[in-house]
Write a protein that binds this ligand. Structure first.
Ligand SMILES: Cc1ncc(COP(=O)(O)O)c(C=O)c1O
Length: 391
């Protein structure tokens, strides 16, 4: 299935930050589960025990990938649920207070916070610099006696900028504030070690690293209390009721195991290809701008503003050649610029001219060359249509 998806009539898939194809060995592991491991992990007979073993084996592998203990992993339905569990679960525990976050978080963090704002919680949205970085000193300065939570993402899904999480974590620990980190885009692409990052809660999303969709996890450091946000039976330490997605969790475990093994090499290869991609684009298009930090960034992500064209129009022109995305949203037929790029100081026009290109473990040098050529050609033709003299 993976091969078929990649070979979609010559279209090069460069949207791995949205989701990745399943990695090697994932389909057989999941298929075996679907076919054979039919029991409910909570049942005490043979079928239940077999299913429970599968879930617990995966828990060990997920924990191992991020330097946690298996008891610290709570399986969820994905990143959105893990973020909601961390934020709303902390808010329900404390009942009131202040939460610190950044302006460039994913909607699955910003929208639960907006909900809490409506319920009387005070939310501090920290600014970012032109590279999208939060200043740890701003975190420190904004902590008040009633601050209950800090939630800052590890790496940004649009730009790939990696935040100084370990530094923020040290501050949070010193000030005894719970620290949640949405590491949806980092796990599997760069090393994530919960101890080195000094986090209390951390979101993991396997469909960003060749695992299945519809499953995810929240790391919860031993001793960090959360109130449940869903109610039912006592699964997942009373925090996530509902019969487990056994096949999804098994795929998640396998993807974690593979990521751990492949990580250093995977990151190096992607970094090399991304660098080459950027050089080829720069050589062909004068005035392109890389959005995000030049060094503190994910190895696979390029967010680029293309002079004089709309990112959405450029992608539409390229739709039979490459699959990528813009950070902008389309509302009632009108593009709204990305909140991430706006927070970094880009004007509407520059933000709307950007595209996110995110490569994956299977992207080849040949594909990069071809994609760069296609983008340059499409940009030139759009620029000449609009009479831009740079083309
Ligand atoms: C940074 C970040 N957080 C959270 C999520 C949500 O994950 P999921 O799609 O599993 O709900 C995503 C997915 O795009 C993401 O990029």
């Amino acid at each position: 299935m993976r091969r078929k998806a990649e070979k979609t009539p010559g279209i090069i898939y460069l949207d791995n930050n949205a989701s990745t194809p399943l990695g090697p060995g994932i389909v057989p592991v999941m298929a075996a589960c679907l076919e054979e491991t039919f029991g409910n992990p909570s049942s005490s007979h043979f079928a239940g025990e077999t299913a429970k073993k599968v879930v617990e084996h995966a828990r060990v592998k997920v924990a191992d990938l991020i330097g946690a203990s298996p008891e610290e992993i709570i399986f969820t339905s994905g990143g959105t649920e893990a973020n909601n569990m961390a934020i709303l679960g902390t808010a329900r525990r404390f009942k009131s207070g202040r939460i610190i976050t950044s302006c460039t978080e994913h909607p699955s963090v910003l929208n639960p916070l907006k909900h809490l704002e409506g319920a009387g919680f005070e939310i501090t949205y920290l600014p970012v610099d032109r590279y999208g970085l939060v200043n740890p000193r701003d975190v420190d300065m904004n902590i008040k006696s009633d601050t209950i939570l800090i939630t800052i993402m590890h790496s940004n899904n649009e730009t790939g900028t990696i935040q100084p999480i370990a530094e923020i974590g040290r501050i949070a620990r010193k000030r005894k504030i719970i620290f949640h980190c949405d590491a949806a885009q980092s796990v599997g692409k760069v090393t994530v070690d919960v101890k080195k990052l000094h986090v209390d809660l951390l979101t993991v999303v396997p469909h960003k690293f060749y695992g299945p969709k519809g499953t995810g996890a929240l790391y919860r450091k031993k001793g960090t209390e959360l109130s449940p946000i869903m109610f039912g039976a006592s699964h997942e330490k009373g925090l996530r009721p509902g019969t487990e997605n056994v096949a999804g969790i098994a795929g998640f475990g396998r993807a974690s195991e593979t990521a751990k093994k492949e990580l250093p090499e995977r990151a190096q290869t992607m970094k090399r290809l991304t660098k080459m991609f950027y050089s080829e684009l720069r050589a062909g298009i004068p005035g392109i701008k890389l959005n995000g930090h030049p060094v503190k960034r994910l190895p696979n992500t390029l967010n680029i503003s293309f002079p004089g064209v709309s990112g959405a129009v450029l992608l539409e022109r390229l739709k039979n050649e490459i699959a990528a995305s813009t950070g902008s949203a389309c509302h009632e037929g009108r593009q709204t610029p990305s909140h991430v790029l706006r927070a970094m100081g880009l004007g509407d026009k520059e933000a709307l001219s950007s595209i996110r290109l995110s490569i994956g473990r299977d992207t080849t040098k040949g594909q990069i060359r071809k994609a760069a050529g296609s983008i340059v050609r499409a940009w030139r033709s759009l620029s000449s249509e609009s009479g831009d003299s740079r083309a």
